[in-house]
Ligand binder design. Structure first.
Ligand code: NAP
Length: 308
């Protein structure tokens, strides 16, 4: 049986880690990855799981060339650098050029909701923090699309369930963990397309296994749609107390956005649910996780986050 080797970006992180986990469920798939610190616990567990791990950096061509040799698939997930918004595209182009050189056939890029058309969102703000992130990814999407690989796939994941765990929750929802209270730019009727990052791993792996079916496909994915209040109630259940929600007025939001960019993010997320077609997501036949299952699977991190 012939094997297919996938170069997984960010394997020590959330999305890349989920891709590796799912790749290893198929005996014919192997994974190569780089890490900036080979001695970190995340690197050690990747090695133990069977990933061929190389020292490297997205900014270092030679390390990427060495690590990507022998790979026919490339999973791209990059971090936007708000201090230098050209970096994400530069890293993507570097990865794509080397991937071409070493014979990669299929590129799967994990992007973000409505990256192709952010201007269609109700609270689109051309100067906003979220817009900058989306436009940075838009350029990467275009680079992937036009790079001329035999197969390409763009998946656009929704709101990560991991955002509700440390360290993210403490930045994104200040007050939730320590005071059981959230002050938010959401409205009571907001519905969030939540994604278990493990499902990103499932979709990416499925794409590598069925390149013809996924070729040229670009689509939003979510695991479960959850009302914001339903999500808060679920977290209150975890904490064993009721979480108080303070909905901000538009004037309060406008005044706070310059010092708290996450509020701009919440404003944009008010109509996020309109971007996803769950019928289409389910039509791929990939089993989707739920927030309840996520909390159970990640119970150690949940306990550490909420001090329970
Ligand atoms: N949070 C959400 O709801 C959401 C929704 C949609 C899309 N996204 C997007 O998802 C991305 C974040 O993904 P994630 O949560 O998987 O990130 P993450 O957990 O923070 O992992 C980042 C990974 O990238 C690696 N990395 C960063 N810079 C590197 C470099 N210069 N060279 C080599 N490796 C490098 C890190 O490696 P080290 O171990 O060396 O640090 C780590 O493995 C962002 O682009 C974000 O916009 C997020």
């Amino acid at each position: 049986m012939s094997t297919t080797t996938i170069f997984v970006c960010g394997a020590t992180g959330t999305q890349g880690g989920a891709v590796v986990t799912n790749i290893f469920k198929t005996p014919t798939l192997k994974a190569h990855a780089i890490a900036r610190d080979l001695s970190s616990p995340a690197s050690q567990s990747l090695k133990a799981a069977g990933v061929t791990l190389f020292p490297g950096d997205f900014n270092d061509e030679d390390s990427l060339r060495t690590a990507m040799r022998g790979c026919t698939g490339l999973f791209i997930n990059l971090m936007p650098n708000l201090a230098d918004l050209t970096q994400e595209l530069a890293q993507a182009k570097r990865l794509l050029t080397i991937a071409k050189e070493v014979g990669v056939e299929h590129v799967v890029y994990s992007s973000g909701f409505s990256v192709d058309h952010p201007e269609r969102r109700r609270h689109y703000n051309p100067d906003g923090f979220v817009t900058k992130v989306l436009l940075s990814k838009q350029k990467v999407e275009e680079a992937v699309r036009s790079a001329g690989f035999k197969y390409y796939t763009i998946i656009r994941p929704g709101n990560f369930m991991t955002n509700m765990l440390a360290p993210h929750v403490n930045m994104m929802y200040a007050g939730l963990v320590e005071k059981a209270a959230i002050t938010t730019a959401f409205t009571p009727d907001v519905v969030l397309p939540m994604i278990d990052t493990n499902d990103i791993g499932k979709f990416a792996t499925a794409a590598f296994l069925e390149p013809e079916r996924f070729n040229g496909q670009e689509f939003e994915i979510a695991s479960e749609l959850m009302g914001f209040e339903e999500l808060v109630r679920a977290l209150g259940g975890v904490m064993g107390k009721e979480v108080k929600i303070n909905y901000m007025s538009q004037e309060e939001i406008d005044a706070q956005i310059p010092v708290n960019p996450f509020l701009g993010g919440q404003l944009m997320m008010r109509d996020m649910v309109d971007c996803v077609d769950m019928g289409k997501v389910r039509s791929w036949g990939i089993p989707l996780g739920t927030f309840g299952e996520f909390l159970e699977r990640e119970s150690a991190r949940v306990k550490a986050t909420y001090g329970i």
